[in-house]
Design a protein around this ligand. Structure first.
Ligand code: URA
Length: 208
């Protein structure tokens, strides 16, 4: 086993031993194998309602999130709040987190290794929240959770379902464009509105 494999299996062991959210947060706080931690000011664990039917996973904390320790509070986060509000959702009925828990320096994309090291904790996070619907915001979250190499343009708008728990219960999954991308490419808001409407329909349908 090389060092990365050892770190991955260490992360998996730690994540598997977490029985509740508080334990998961404390475990991630003391996890020292993801080097992003060394350059970050804060861990950014989550925000919102842990009992929510809807969970959203973004990419990584940015500057404002690193300062505050709260996900999606910068300009992209403000757009995300507006998107959620448009379908009757907010941080009281939605749970929000990211694929990595520390800000990558200069807001660069997290590396494969950083994502892999955080992945066991993200998986446990989903298991503990056990949402009915999971929104994957942006390519990093969509490709990592769906284990796909397809671009977000191909992935968005398509429902899939995964059973994160051994009891066979399903979570419905919808990838959408990341709000930071929508700020750069506002013409894509139209497609995102269709995705948001589809999420609202699913949230209020009886088959979830
Ligand atoms: N972008 C993300 O993906 N997550 C955040 O928390 C903030 C910006």
């Amino acid at each position: 086993m090389n060092n990365i494999q050892k770190d991955l299996s260490y992360a998996e062991g730690l994540a598997n031993s977490c029985k509740d959210l508080q334990g998961l947060e404390l475990t991630i706080r003391s996890f020292d194998r993801c080097l992003l931690k060394n350059t970050a000011n804060n861990i950014v664990f989550s925000d919102g309602n842990p009992n929510a039917d809807l969970m959203l996973i973004g990419e990584a904390p940015g500057f404002e999130e690193d300062q505050s320790g709260i996900p999606f509070v910068g300009i992209a986060g403000q757009l995300l709040d507006k998107m959620l509000l448009a379908i009757g959702q907010n941080r009281n009925n939605t749970y929000i987190t990211n694929m990595v828990f520390w800000r990558p320096p200069g807001n660069r994309k997290p590396t494969e290794e950083e994502i892999s090291l955080c992945y066991p904790f993200v998986k446990k996070h989903i298991e503990l929240i056990n949402p009915k619907i999971l929104i994957l915001s942006g390519a990093v979250a969509a490709q990592s959770i769906l284990k796909s190499n397809l671009g977000i343009t191909r992935l968005r708008g398509n429902w899939s379902k995964i059973s994160f728990l051994k009891n066979g219960e399903y979570t419905y999954i919808m990838p959408i464009f990341h709000p930071a991308y929508l700020l750069r490419s506002p013409e894509k808001k139209k497609e995102t509105w269709e995705d948001l409407k589809s999420i609202k329909k699913k949230l209020t349908s009886t088959d979830i």
